[in-house]
Ligand binder design. Structure first.
Ligand code: ACO
Length: 425
């Protein structure tokens, strides 16, 4: 029997349908509430609001569970390649060998950007943040591929997945003042990212398998995370029927902020500051607990995970093995570990269920790989691309989807008459 919830407002009762998800998550459906009662719900920060029904990703924050299309992220990180996971997220099933080979061939075939687009990079100033470059370049792909009919949808998805990594690597080369490196068809998706970021024309470049594997795991762990800030942005923009490139470009901007994907850059900057300040971890833990300091422990806390972040657990191991195999001893990692140890037993963090999140370790791995700090959030964006695309596609394939348009409670001035300038003083 289907359940209902009851809302009593001004003595009137309203029955509201209850939706139960595959994993027994419960949602009270208020779709008709305003029409029937005149009232809306208020949920600033959307912590209690389900914006859609989705088949892509499942998270249980209390239990530390993350699954893509039903597959535990731990299994995907251990056994799959990023391109397989991208296919899974976008098309709903793991690819057969034939499907995967075709998908990879398409991604390889579309990985160069139009030569004219290289000129755009000349227009950006030298210190341009690569997230600004990435979002501008992704939006500008729509000027080269403006077709947005049903047939073009899949081609645009392939183009975006294939070209974003080339754009990201070019943004890095622009910052370094080095020549752009074209993608090489014999390399894997992750191998090509490394080659385009690190190779120089004057010498041979061999992809280090340790770095290639680490990149694969990092991209897989970032590939989707249901209705986070950037994915919700992609769905919000996509709901107006804006094209794929415009919608993803908006998602890239949302990811940039330090409370979201920008946290990986902020973590390293924080660790460097602590290091410069003599490595006094206790001082920074005390500051994080002091609300007047304006300081937070970057890489700690999560809106959804209140036990542990399963991605952080995997990355902690990857971090150790990458640093060991590369022979890197990074004092920032020692500070990070000390910070983690102190925070995990401090009652402030324990009571608020603040644990290291994915960004706490990813920054340290990127740094060991030689990726510049400003590129960290770009790497996150490359990983999140299949998730954003999958959500955009799910929304656009749903015949019942409507433009996203929240309401508000107005709390400003009541009606008043215009005051002429002379009377305003
Ligand atoms: N350091 C110190 N205190 C914190 C931290 C932190 N990193 N995070 C949360 N708190 C405290 C808050 O001050 C608040 O305390 P109070 O209840 O006494 O007022 C309590 O914990 C709850 O925090 P909120 O800000 O209400 O939690 P919210 O769910 O809104 O925010 C967020 C989650 C943005 C991730 C937050 O924990 C944060 O700012 N973390 C640091 C930035 C970060 O690492 N972001 C990456 C997130 S993961 C990702 O996007 C991939």
């Amino acid at each position: 029997m289907s359940k209902t919830a009851k809302l009593v407002l001004d003595g009137k009762e309203f029955d509201l349908p209850v939706i139960v998800g595959t994993e027994n998550e419960v949602g009270v459906d208020i779709t008709t509430l305003r029409d029937r009662s005149g009232a809306i719900t208020l949920d600033s920060g959307y912590a209690n609001t389900g914006a859609c029904v989705s088949n892509i990703c499942y998270i249980d924050g209390e239990a530390g569970i993350l699954r893509y299309r039903g597959y535990p992220v731990e299994q995907l990180a251990e056994h799959a390649k990023f391109t397989e996971v991208a296919y899974l997220l976008i098309y709903g099933e793991l690819p057969t060998l034939k499907q995967l080979l075709k998908f990879r061939e398409d991604l390889t075939y579309h990985s160069m950007i139009h030569e004219d687009m290289k000129k755009f990079f000349d227009g950006f100033p030298n210190g341009a943040h690569p997230m600004a470059v990435l979002s501008s370049m992704v939006a500008s792909l729509s000027t080269y591929y403006p077709e947005s009919d049903e047939k073009a949808k899949d081609r645009n998805i392939i183009r975006l997945l294939a070209k974003a990594k080339t754009i990201a690597a070019y943004a890095n080369k622009k910052t370094l003042g080095q020549p752009f490196m074209y993608p090489r068809n014999e390399l894997s998706y992750c191998g090509n990212i490394l080659q385009m970021m690190f190779a120089v024309p004057c010498e041979a470049y061999h992809v280090d398998p340790v770095l290639e594997d680490a990149m694969n795991v990092l991209l897989i762990l970032h590939a989707d995370h249901e209705q986070n800030c950037s994915t919700s942005t992609v769905r919000m923009v996509g709901s107006s029927q804006a094209n794929l490139y415009a919608s993803i470009s908006a998602g890239i901007c949302a990811l940039w902020g330090p409370l979201h994907g920008g946290a990986n850059q902020a973590v390293i900057e924080m660790l460097e500051e602590i290091h410069r300040d003599g490595g006094n971890v206790d001082k920074y833990v005390a500051m994080a607990k002091d609300k007047t300091s304006g300081f937070r422990l970057m890489g700690f806390g999560h809106r959804v995970y209140k036990n542990f972040d399963p991605r952080a657990k995997i990355l902690r191991k990857t971090c150790d093995s990458v640093l060991e195999r590369l022979g890197v001893h990074d004092p920032l990692l020692d500070i990070a570990k000390k910070l983690e140890e102190i925070a995990l037993r401090d009652s402030y963090f324990v009571e608020r269920k603040l644990y290291p999140n994915v960004d706490f370790y990813s920054g340290i791995i990127y740094k060991a790989m030689g990726i510049p700090t400003e590129m960290f959030t770009v790497m996150f964006a490359l990983g999140r691309l299949p998730g954003w695309i999958a959500h955009w596609k799910e929304l656009r394939d749903d015949p019942k989807s409507r433009i996203n348009r929240p309401r508000q409670i107005y709390n400003g001035a009541g009606i008043r008459d215009f005051v002429p300038m002379e009377a305003r003083g």
